[in-house]
Design a protein around this ligand. Structure first.
Ligand code: NAD
Length: 500
């Protein structure tokens, strides 16, 4: 029986995973050095569980197990792999509430929203399950005396390193493409929120041959050991730019391909003709206040045209005030807690810097009142106006519920400012003039652009970054293809003819 824990609501129960060790080779293992790490609740600061804390020696054992699993899995016909992935998706859907509750408990995002994350992960599994026959090669014309064609093969052992903001969605959903392509996967869950990944291993581990799906909880040491490991064939990271750099450097030692989904300092651009009501709604939903702005795609810089600036800011302040931070495991909560104390302190530091550099607080900028929230990592939705590009909060990713509003009049100067950051992930453009929207979409240096929309992801549409926001594209066929390598085969049909 799993341990049951009392929660603020009597309608949903938090059920902690029974197994909290390392999962590889189809079995659970203690960490070799027997190290354990405490998992704390971002809402209360209390310890809620302890999980194994792996090191490089555990990574060696997991990689050896994954290599064996790979040899078996690569031989499973693609449609059969797809069938297993679909069955796994069904398991996720069935256990959605329990998995969402785990993410709420250790990740700090609201339970109700996290149910959506589980469903997205299930949809990603179904999507990639349906694409297995699209791992196609080409045939190259050689005339009647030869056949030349290419096929796509899996890389082998793939490491997937995961951040804290959507723990389950990434651990499960990001396993789908490499598994569909025939690789073995080692998941390195976020150290702040590893519980749902462990439960995932309990739920689906046995549905695959031993060693095909592995979960190794631990800190950056595990991520570094995986990305530098000689027998890991590819590493895919979702994380910050500095971690992306570190992963690329260690992957270089063994020339392994990398797939990087990194940070963002994204812009929402509103033209003078846009409707202030619509823009205000978009500014607020683009900030993802529900999970405290902790989303790589959050449009955390709003460039509002001078003509509508004041009308939009007034509406944004009123709409943002509707987000009331609350206990994440309570089904009624619509805005959660920041995932860790370290991240909370980083956000508060940026708020102080913004004030000292002259940005104007429109709303928020502090912890919410209330005894219930006094020990957790809670911050009110925070909006700064009069932000200029020389200020720190206009350039650096905060990864918190902090919006910077910039006023503009000259279109060319505004676009220059939009592009004046090292990141280039998303951008949301608001205008009724589609010519203007199209022109701006072409000028903005970002990989994922919404016109008169924001925040949404569309399965099948390539998601990924320009500049330092990453390398590669996900949520689409290219993600599956990234987990394959091409092999060319030349068949000589002219054996009777002597070769020179
Ligand atoms: P992080 O980079 O600190 O950590 C991400 C993961 O990398 C963790 O599992 C961590 O243990 C591991 N890690 C840390 N150092 C490592 C190293 N040297 N080698 C290998 N692994 C290492 O990121 P975070 O703070 O957990 O998450 C927030 C960041 O993730 C933000 O920058 C955010 O924009 C980004 N992110 C990007 C996307 C995207 O799709 N582009 C999505 C979500 C989050």
């Amino acid at each position: 029986m799993n341990e049951r824990v009392e929660t603020p609501s009597d309608t949903v129960e938090l059920i902690l995973p029974t197994r909290t060790d390392l999962y590889y080779g189809g079995q659970w293992h203690e960490a070799m050095k027997k190290r354990r790490a405490e998992v704390t609740s971002p809402a209360t600061g209390k310890v809620i569980a302890s999980v194994a804390d792996a090191d490089a020696s555990d990574v060696d054992a997991a990689v050896a197990a994954a290599r064996k699993g790979f040899e078996e899995w690569r031989a499973v016909p693609p449609l059969e792999r797809g069938k297993i992935l679909k069955a796994m998706a069904a398991v996720l859907r069935k256990n959605g509430r329990e998995l969402a509750m785990l993410d709420a408990a250790d990740g700090g995002n609201p339970f109700t929203e996290m149910q959506g994350d589980v469903m997205i992960a299930a949809a990603q599994m179904e999507f990639f399950a349906g694409l297995v026959t699209e791992m196609k090669g080409n045939s190259i014309p050689m005339g009647p005396t030869a056949v030349n064609f290419s096929i796509r093969e899996p890389h082998g052992v793939v490491a997937r390193i995961i951040p804290f903001n959507h723990p389950f969605m990434f651990c499960a959903g990001k396993s789908a493409a490499p598994l569909a392509a025939g690789n073995a996967v080692i998941i390195k869950p976020p150290e702040q929120a590893p519980l749902s990944a462990l439960r995932l291993a309990e739920l689906i581990g046995g549905m695959l041959p031993p060693g095909v799906f592995n979960v190794i909880p631990g800190g950056r040491e595990v991520g570094a050991a995986l990305s530098g490991h000689g027998d890991v064939n590819m590493v895919a990271l979702i994380g910050s730019v500095p971690t992306g750099r570190a992963v690329m450097k260690s992957a270089a030692e063994t020339i392994k391909p990398v797939l990087l989904e990194l940070g963002g300092k994204n812009a929402l651009i509103a033209f003078a003709d846009a409707d202030p009501d619509e823009v205000a709604t978009a500014v607020v939903s683009g900030m993802n206040f529900t999970w405290c702005g902790q989303s790589c795609g959050s449009t955390s810089r709003a460039f509002l045209h001078d003509d509508i600036h004041d009308a939009v800011v007034a509406r944004v302040a009123e709409r943002a005030a509707r987000f009331k931070p609350g206990i994440p495991t309570d089904p009624a909560t619509t805005m959660g807690a920041i995932a860790s104390k370290a991240q909370y302190e980083k956000v508060m530091r940026y708020i102080d810097i913004a004030k000292s550099e002259g940005a104007r607080v429109v709303c928020g900028g502090k912890r919410p009142d209330g005894v219930e929230l006094s020990e957790g990592n809670f911050v009110e939705p925070t909006i700064f106006a009069d932000v200029t590009m020389d200020m720190t909060i206009a350039r650096e990713e905060i990864f918190g519920p902090v919006l910077s509003v910039l006023r503009w009049k000259d279109e060319a100067a505004m676009v220059k400012q939009v592009n004046q950051v090292e990141y280039g992930l998303t951008c949301s453009i608001w205008t009724n003039d589609l010519t203007k929207a199209h022109r701006t979409a072409l000028e903005v240096q970002a990989g994922y652009i919404w016109v008169n929309d924001t925040s949404k992801h569309f399965l099948g549409a390539p998601f990924g970054g320009f500049k330092q926001s990453g390398i590669g594209r996900e949520e689409c066929l290219e993600e599956l293809i990234a987990f394959t390598q091409e092999k060319n085969i030349h068949i000589n049909l002219n054996r009777g003819v002597a070769r020179p």
